[in-house]
Write a protein that binds this ligand. Structure first.
Ligand code: BDP
Length: 707
């Protein structure tokens, strides 16, 4: 049990009642690359692994009773005459009909048939042998993941080893893990992977690498997963030898048309491009005074004849060097750059928008850009890789965080405008839309570096299909599939997971002030000072009397005015701003009294102690599962929980010391600065160790640590 099978272990279900199994499998397409063929194999392997019975798979069976028939609706009609499907299926949707030992799994397309197969196997694995009959369709066509993998095999913000796709400048020869990844993704109905880093290297487009990427697409194809690529905007110059990469230049246009045709010759089902331009130093259309829409349409038009999609990232901002310019605000960038371009993007362009206006913080308000693009397709960008959220060494179950954004009502034109209805295309009647998650799996057997972090990937797939899915339901299905159906195991993992994001927020950054980690480089441990000393514009504006960034239209940076009037009014006013975002929108004194009745400073102290206490509790909670989980995964998770417990104390003390020093206000509960039972490492007898002064000094008690 090294985790490599993730939620696809297909262990024998613990239920005493066993189903009357079908006697054969009829998979209506036998060609090697066909997802229906894969579905037949998955059914055979899954049932054998759960019930020790090997069913035969054929393509030609004529009877449907006591058989599992899997295929597309069209294939079924060809063989059996008429369609049994009740309800309307759209692209990737499927019909699942279980009547005892007679099972029909019919997709609108082959991919849908494979999704239905995993649904059926997942029911069996959870001991659910009931008869069901339903049709289900995706909320949106774009259900993608992004991998920030570099050609040299490293992964930007990857926390689980080297790339499964690349090594030494080219595509790996052994793509076993890439195929296994596609299998995992198909089981959660993800339909495309952008395989290389958004900070793209033009060398991805050399003939050798296009051929290599073609092999990755071949490995994905039997699972119905398409491949996409991130592009370097300056490739016409760097790779093509042109003197420009101006998006309106005819040579540049033909460069991209040619490259795109070459890619489609190698990968006929290529999904499309992802472009990060004019951001954090990447080249883009602004260099030539062209608009971002002109930049995006360049690729959209190259892709259009082949049916490809262009994902253009809204994560565009200039570095803000002047922290003393009180009106400068990176949060304003997305709407400033994209808002006025609404309606100018081609129909196969999707603007990919991070959930908040800054960058994957522990809490952010919903990006207002979703309310500013009424004539443009959009997708939300989430991050399964816990870049700012503990990098998979802390348990943070993310769906409750994501839901604060996807369930948020932006009140465009004073009407209900939930983000989830905007990204699915429903609210503004857009043809495309959906989501992308930055996942960054690596060669580590656990995929993400942590067994428990996999609930985030699983839940991302479920949500991309249905944004109304419930965080606890998804988590418990994942737990049953991953660790079995023991009630204590399910209850314990549920409690730990559901308490995990609030705990992390409590000890890492409260009241909407962002995650107070090292913003300059690692994005990992606490370093609150970097937040006010950086060109990246992530400011908390902490001084001796107060904290928070005034983003109102009346006195601040004007960010609140990027929301439609009803939402603007809530955030503009200190009284109506919820506590959990108060410091995002307002600069207040440490003694300001929150809606909760506490002062800001006392909230900081209490929250950091509560958060760290919860993280300590996770260790004992996990220990209570000893013997109920195989020892390999039990020990691995325990090791991580112990680390988190310790690191949460480092976080707690660093941040409360920071607040204490800067505000000079004591903790009413007298905890801050007082550790009566603590023995400082530097006071022990040291052999082979020496003391050193820690920077930032808040990160160690008495400024000292040992090495
Ligand atoms: C930031 C990451 C950086 C990414 C960037 C992005 O720190 O590595 O390149 O986002 O999303 O969060 O482009």
């Amino acid at each position: 049990e090294n985790g490599r099978q993730a939620w696809l272990r297909f262990a024998p279900p613990s239920s005493s009642r066993h189903p009357s199994l079908p006697s054969e499998i009829i998979a209506l397409n036998g060609s090697q690359t066909s997802p229906v063929n894969t579905a037949g194999q998955e059914l055979q392997n899954g049932i054998q692994s759960m019930f020790s019975r090997k069913l035969t798979v054929s393509q030609t069976g004529k009877k449907t009773s006591s058989a599992i028939v899997v295929g597309t609706v069209a294939q079924f009609k060809n063989v059996f005459g008429s369609s049994p499907v009740k309800g309307n299926l759209i692209e990737d949707g499927f019909w699942l009909n279980v009547r005892g030992n007679t099972v029909q799994i019919l997709g609108q397309n082959e991919r849908g048939a494979l999704y239905g197969t995993f649904e059926y196997l997942s029911m069996l694995a959870q001991g659910n042998f009931s008869d069901v009959s339903f049709a289900t369709n995706p909320a949106a066509p774009i259900r993608w993941v992004n991998s920030w993998d570099n050609l040299d095999g490293s992964i930007e913000r990857g926390f689980a080893g080297a790339s499964v796709f690349f090594a030494g400048g080219s595509v790996k020869s052994d793509l076993t893990r890439a195929a296994e990844y596609a299998r995992l993704l198909a089981s959660i109905r993800i339909n495309a992977v952008v395989v290389n880093n958004v900070n793209a290297n033009f060398k991805i487009l050399t003939p050798d690498n296009i051929a290599g990427v073609g092999r990755i697409a071949d490995a994905f194809r039997p699972y119905g997963v398409q491949l996409g690529l991130s592009l370097d905007f300056a490739s016409p110059m760097e790779l093509g030898g042109l003197s420009t990469y101006d998006p309106l230049d005819s040579g540049v246009i033909s460069f991209w048309n040619n490259i795109t045709s070459q890619i489609y010759t190698t990968i006929p089902d290529f999904a499309g491009y992802l472009v990060k331009a004019d951001s954090e130093g990447t080249p883009g259309p602004l260099v030539y005074n062209r608009t971002l829409a002109q930049g995006a349409n360049l690729f959209a038009q190259a892709l259009k004849p082949h049916g490809g999609t262009l994902m253009y990232r809204a994560f565009v901002y200039n570095q803000l060097p002047d922290e003393n310019d009180w009106k400068a605000d990176r949060a304003n960038a997305a709407v400033d750059f994209f808002g006025h371009l609404d309606g100018q993007f081609d129909d196969n362009v999707v603007i990919q928008i991070k959930y908040g206006p800054i960058d994957f913080q522990v809490r952010e308000p919903t990006s207002p850009l979703f309310a500013n693009l009424l004539n443009t397709s959009t997708a939300i960008e989430l991050q399964v890789a816990q870049e700012y959220l503990g990098q998979q060494t802390h348990l943070v179950y993310l769906p409750p965080l994501w839901k604060t954004v996807t369930d948020f009502d932006l009140r465009v034109e004073n009407k209900s405008s939930l983000v989830r209805n905007i990204i699915t295309g429903q609210r503004f009647n857009r043809p495309l839309g959906g989501s992308a998650a930055v996942v960054n799996v690596g060669l580590n057997d656990t995929w993400l570096g942590s067994h428990l972090a996999m609930s985030n990937l699983y839940a991302y797939g479920r949500l991309a299909w249905d944004w109304t899915d419930d965080p606890v339901d998804m988590l418990q299905d994942w737990t049953r599939l991953t660790f079995g159906s023991d009630k204590t195991v399910i209850d314990t993992i549920t409690q730990m997971s559901m308490e995990s994001w609030p705990a992390y927020e409590n000890y890492s950054g409260n009241l909407g002030e962002q995650t107070l980690n090292d913003i300059l480089y690692t994005h990992f441990g606490p370093n609150p000072q970097t937040l006010d000393n950086t060109v990246w514009g992530q400011w908390t504006r902490a001084d001796h009397t107060g904290i928070g960034m005034d983003r109102t239209t009346s006195n601040g940076t004007g960010f609140s005015g990027q929301y439609p009037p009803q939402v603007h009014a809530i955030y503009e006013n200190l009284e109506t701003t919820p506590d959990n975002l108060v410091l995002w929108f307002h600069h207040v004194n440490y003694t300001h009294v929150l809606h909760s009745g506490k002062t800001v400073i006392q909230h900081f102290y209490d929250a950091h102690y509560e958060g760290a206490e919860t993280a300590q509790k996770f260790v004992t909670m996990w220990e209570s599962l000893k013997g109920k989980i195989d020892s390999e995964r039990f020990e691995d998770v325990l090791f991580r929980q112990v680390f988190q417990a310790g690191h949460s104390i480092v976080w707690r003390d660093a941040i409360v010391n920071f607040y204490h020093n800067i505000s000079g206000i004591p903790d009413a509960a007298k905890r801050v600065g007082s550790h009566p039972f603590r023995i400082e490492a530097e006071n022990m007898q040291l052999s082979g160790y020496r003391t050193y002064t820690v920077s930032p000094f808040e990160a160690a008690s008495n400024f000292l640590a040992i090495v």
